[in-house]
Design a protein around this ligand. Structure first.
Ligand code: AKB
Length: 340
C-alpha cells in the first residue's frame, strides 16, 4: 500500500517551515517535505519523511509515484525575484519546469486516487508590472486581471504557472478519448511581501521589510535598498498561512477563479522604520537605494484588491499593521534573539 501524504515542496523555505509547523500543530502527521536544502532538524521530526531532492529530478518523481498517495500538494519551491534576475534561465527551470513536473504529478495522482488532487500554489504581487511611479500612485489597489505585465523573470514565471494550473484543471489531455475530469484542483494566492518573526527571507525584493526588522532586533546596522517613500503590500506570515488553509478548505463551487489576491497592510519603507524604531530605538537604518532593485519594487502596485477572496471564501486578515508589529513580530523577534 502506498502511504498517503501531504506533499510540501520548498519545505526548508520561509513559508515551508511555517506551514510544517502549523500543519503539525493541527495534528497533520503525514507531511512529506521536499527541498534541495535540508529541512531544519526540529521540523523534520514533525514530518512523516523529509527528502532532500530537486523538483527537476525525474528519479525523484518516480520514487514519489511508487511510494506515496498524494491528495494534497503545497508547491512552495521557487527562486524569488532578485535571485531570479541573476540566473534567469535557472529560475525559469525551477519556477516553471519544476511547477510543470508537480502539476503532472498531481494529474497522475488524481488518476490513481480517482479524485481531484488539491494543488496549492503561492503566486505573488510580482505578477503585476506598472510602467512608472505616476501610474502606480494613480491605480492604487489592483484587481487580479489588471496590469499583468511583470518586469521580472520570477513575475513572468508565476503568471505563466497560474495559467498552467488553470490548464491542468480544465484542459489537460482535452483531446484524449476519455479526458480526465477535475484531475487537478488548482488554487493559487497572489501574496504580497511576507514578514515572519522566525525566519528571514532570501533572494526576494520585498526582503527590505523583514531585513530591516531582523537587523534592528540583532543590533546590526542596515542599509535599506529602497527609498523611504517606497510603498507595496505586506502581510504577516500567520495571515499568509491562514489564507492558504482557508482557500484549501473552501468548497470548490464557491470559487469563481483559480487565482486570488490577498493583502493586509501596505506601509512605506519609512513607516516600517518608524515601527522598528518604536521597538528598537537604537536601530541603525539608512536608506541607500539600489536603483535596479528599486525599479522592481516601483513596478509592483501600492496595494492589491482582495475583494474577490473576501467574497468567495471569506478572506479576512487577522493582522493589520499595528497588530502585526505589536502582537506578532516584535514580541516573537525579541524572544528569538534573546535566546541566541
Ligand atoms: C519577492 O520579493 O520576490 C517575494 C515576492 C514579492 O513574491 N517576496
Amino acid at each position: 500500500m502506498r502511504k498517503e501524504v501531504v506533499l510540501i515542496t520548498g519545505a526548508a523555505g520561509e513559508m515551508g517551515q511555517a506551514l510544517i509547523h502549523l500543519l503539525s500543530e493541527r495534528g497533520v502527521d503525514n507531511i512529506l517535505a521536499i527541498d534541495v536544502r535540508p529541512v531544519p532538524k526540529p521540523l523534520r521530526s514533525r514530518c512523516r519523511a523529509a527528502i532532500m531532492g530537486d523538483i527537476l529530478d525525474e528519479n525523484l518523481f518516480g520514487r514519489l509515484v511508487s511510494e506515496y498517495a498524494i491528495p494534497v500538494i503545497y508547491h512552495l519551491a521557487a527562486l524569488l525575484s532578485t535571485r531570479a534576475e541573476f540566473t534567469p534561465e535557472a529560475a525559469h527551470r525551477v519556477n516553471v519546469n519544476g511547477t510543470l513536473n508537480l502539476l503532472k504529478l498531481a494529474a497522475d495522482q488524481s488518476s490513481w486516487l480517482g479524485k481531484p488532487v488539491k494543488f496549492m500554489f503561492p503566486s505573488s504581487v510580482a505578477v503585476y508590472g506598472l510602467p512608472d511611479l505616476e501610474t502606480k500612485e494613480q491605480v492604487g489597489a489592483v484587481k487580479e486581471e489588471e496590469w499583468n505585465q511583470p518586469t521580472t523573470m520570477y513575475g513572468c514565471n508565476k503568471l505563466y504557472c497560474e495559467h498552467l494550473g488553470r490548464y491542468y484543471a480544465h484542459y489537460y489531455r482535452q483531446l484524449a478519448a476519455e479526458p480526465p475530469h477535475n484531475g487537478v484542483d488548482f488554487r493559487s494566492i497572489r501574496f504580497p511581501g511576507l514578514i515572519s518573526a522566525f525566519t528571514v527571507p532570501s533572494g526576494g525584493t520585498s526582503d527590505y521589510g523583514p531585513e530591516m526588522l531582523h537587523h534592528a532586533a540583532q543590533g546590526k546596522p542596515y542599509a535599506c535598498f529602497v527609498r523611504e517613500d517606497t510603498r507595496m503590500p505586506f502581510m504577516a506570515m500567520p495571515d499568509a498561512l491562514k489564507a492558504l488553509m482557508t482557500l484549501e478548505l473552501a468548497p470548490r463551487d464557491a470559487l469563481t477563479t483559480h487565482v486570488y489576491n490577498v493583502t493586509s497592510f501596505n506601509p512605506s519603507a519609512g513607516e516600517i522604520l518608524e515601527r522598528v524604531k518604536a521597538a528598537f530605538p537604537d536601530a541603525q537604518v539608512t536608506f541607500e537605494p539600489d536603483l535596479k532593485r528599486q525599479a522592481i519594487v516601483d513596478s509592483w502596485p501600492i496595494d492589491q484588491d482582495d475583494s474577490r477572496a473576501r467574497r468567495d471564501w471569506g478572506w479576512q486578515p487577522d493582522y493589520d499593521l499595528d497588530r502585526a508589529f505589536d502582537e506578532y513580530l516584535i514580541p516573537n523577534i525579541q524572544k528569538r534573539y534573546a535566546a541566541v
